[in-house]
Design a binder for this molecule. Structure first.
Ligand code: NZQ
Ligand code: ZN
Length: 381
């Protein structure tokens, strides 16, 4: 196990009926900017619960944050936050709204062009405080330091990390999930699955605790997929909690991490608008087969511990087959061609973007060169 320095300062407020707790978490004197997406929170009553809880506060609203939020749209919220001297950002939504809130919170405290943050030209050292109400369990953004923002003009999708944008609190009310379409629920399970794999499916390095937590999360996510048609309060609570734990820093502390599937997947989303989780399902099986010689030990461990496969011949290959079957069980495609024809052009376009973004040697061993990425993408056709 490597040395690490871990803390997760986000206060998780978990359970049904907990949205009302935000009135005790946001100072009465705060001038709040309420951020949300395309309106699902108005259809399921969450908006009404939030505005009721904030009845003592001064609240401004900014809506219309889209999946894969764009800097072009978010910069309007930045201008509003600056002009109105906002002191607190409340994000109500999924990963896109929360990531958008992190960008707005950071850019509102910066006098330059906000995109500098995504390009690494400005290191965020100050941000407005953020709280969030999660409506879609998937990304873990509600209690981590990451934000992913796109630039529509150039089809770039980049990330930044800063402890200053980690939410102070996150309300995880599983009832918020009741209006989620099956497609988004499946996306959430798949995204949390890949987050866990990116931190687990690397090298065997004797991190028994992290491995054990990761395997518990993977087994939970597998069980959620296998019981997808039997959703109840318990099912929703377990999805919300496991997706949170998959990317809150805990299972990744002190272990080697990968993230290559995400790096390639982000380019697919930026260019073609493929849902984030679905981009990962296209790339991951192909990437694992390509990197099998380096990941064999961990794949075999996962095969036995998570899928209950018999030890013996071709265990690593059988584990990858089981991972692919997991996506299919969720009705998630694992081939580029499932999204249309002429995918050779898409492969070249993704590779050009990866080159422009300096993704020339990725994965836990930096063994995925541009040529290997080409092979991975071509095998995914
Ligand atoms: O906009 P509304 O109307 O709210 O509709 C949303 C959106 O259309 C809908 N939705 C959310 N909650 C709902 C609901 N519909 C009905 N009932 C509810 N309760 O779901 C749609 C998708 O929402 P989105 O926030 O885009 O999904 P997700 O949470 O999967 O977030 C994806 C974004 O997060 C980034 C991705 O790249 C992508 O941009 N990621 C962020 C990470 C992080 N910050 O740590 C890590 C991830 O790997 C990922 O990259
Ligand atoms: Zn993800």
């Amino acid at each position: 196990m490597m040395t690490f320095n871990y803390s997760n300062p986000t206060n998780i407020i978990f359970g049904q009926g907990q949205i009302t707790a935000i009135q005790h978490k946001i100072p009465a004197s705060a001038k709040v900017l309420l951020l949300y997406g395309g309106g699902s929170i108005k259809d399921n009553g969450i908006y009404q619960q939030v505005t009721q809880a904030l009845s003592e506060n001064s609240v401004l609203e900014f809506s219309g944050i889209t999946p894969n939020p764009t800097v072009e749209h978010l910069d309007k919220a930045v201008a509003l936050a600056k002009a109105q001297s906002i002191t607190f950002i409340l994000a109500v939504g999924g990963g896109s709204v929360i990531d958008g809130a992190k960008y707005v919170a950071a850019a509102a405290c910066y006098n330059g062009t906000g995109w500098d943050i995504l390009e690494g030209k400005h290191t965020v050292d100050k941000a407005l405080p953020i709280g969030c109400i999660l409506t879609l369990p998937a990304t873990g953004s509600e209690s981590n330091t990451a934000s992913v923002v796109s630039k529509a003009a150039t089809q770039d999708k980049l990330a930044f990390l800063s402890p200053t944008v980690q939410p102070q609190f996150a309300v995880l009310d599983p009832d918020a999930m009741k209006t989620l379409p099956a497609r988004q629920l499946a996306n959430g399970i798949a995204d949390a699955w890949v987050h866990t794999c990116e931190q687990y499916l690397t090298v065997q390095e004797g991190a028994w605790v992290q491995d054990g937590y990761a395997e518990a999360l993977l087994k939970t996510l597998l069980r959620l997929a296998n019981t997808f048609e039997q959703q109840d309060d318990q099912w929703r609570a377990n999805l919300m909690w496991s997706a949170n734990q998959a990317l809150n820093g805990l299972i990744g502390a002190g272990v080697t991490q990968d993230w290559a599937t995400h790096m390639i997947g982000h380019e697919l989303t930026a260019l073609y608008g493929v849902d984030h989780a679905r981009s990962l399902a296209i790339i991951q099986p192909s990437l694992l087969r390509n990197q099998l010689h380096l990941k064999q030990g961990k794949l075999e461990q996962m095969g036995e511990a998570v899928f209950g496969l018999d030890a013996g011949k071709d265990l690593a290959e059988r584990t990858i087959d089981a991972i692919e079957a997991f996506y299919h069980k969720l009705d998630i495609a694992t081939r580029l061609t499932d999204y249309g024809n002429n995918k050779q052009a898409a492969v070249e376009a993704v590779l050009a973007k990866m080159e422009a973004h300096g993704l020339l040697a990725i994965g836990e061993h930096q063994s995925i060169t541009l040529e290997e990425s080409r092979t991975i993408l071509q095998t995914a056709i």
